[in-house]
Design a protein around this ligand. Structure first.
Ligand SMILES: [Zn+2]
Ligand SMILES: [Zn+2]
Length: 149
């Protein structure tokens, strides 16, 4: 997967690599809004894993660096974004009461508004995150050779 993603980067010299895995960053990637002055950049895969390094913590505010996707709301942390996607998968789309209950940090209205605004209108972005997560889960399942029924 990493080789595949990295192959999209044509010019490795114009920005630093991912701090997590040192891969060449391709859009969309994540820029921490709290770490600096040198930019703390992460690929989506490291971002979804909640990568932390020195002063950088996974609940820092962040920007999504891309020319194709709008920046998500700074009031939502990376963990909350992932928790929301997970909760919607677990509880089902439209079941905002249960989604909010699973989220704990956001209420029903916030969950619905945020999801509709940032994910329904950006299917490519949400599917990218979900695909990375599924790949990660499949890899983990392979490692442990466990099969839940
Ligand atoms: Zn990375
Ligand atoms: Zn940071």
């Amino acid at each position: 997967l990493m080789d595949h993603l990295a192959s999209f980067g044509n010019d490795p010299s114009d920005k630093p690599p991912c701090r997590g895995c040192s891969s060449i960053l391709v859009e969309p990637y994540i820029k921490c809004a709290e770490c600096g002055p040198s930019p703390f950049l992460l690929c989506l895969q490291c971002f979804t894993r909640g990568f932390e390094f020195k002063k950088h913590e996974s609940n820092h505010k962040y920007e999504i660096m891309t020319s194709d996707f709008p920046v998500l709301e700074p009031s939502w942390t990376a963990q909350e974004e992932m928790a929301l996607l997970e909760a919607v998968m677990d509880c089902g789309f439209g079941n905002w009461q249960d989604v909010a209950y699973q989220m704990r940090t956001k209420n029903k209205e916030e969950c619905e508004a945020h999801y509709m605004k940032n994910f329904i209108n950006n299917p490519l972005f949400s599917s990218t995150l979900l695909n990375l997560r599924q790949i990660e889960e499949a890899r983990t399942a392979d490692t442990f050779q466990s099969h839940e029924t």
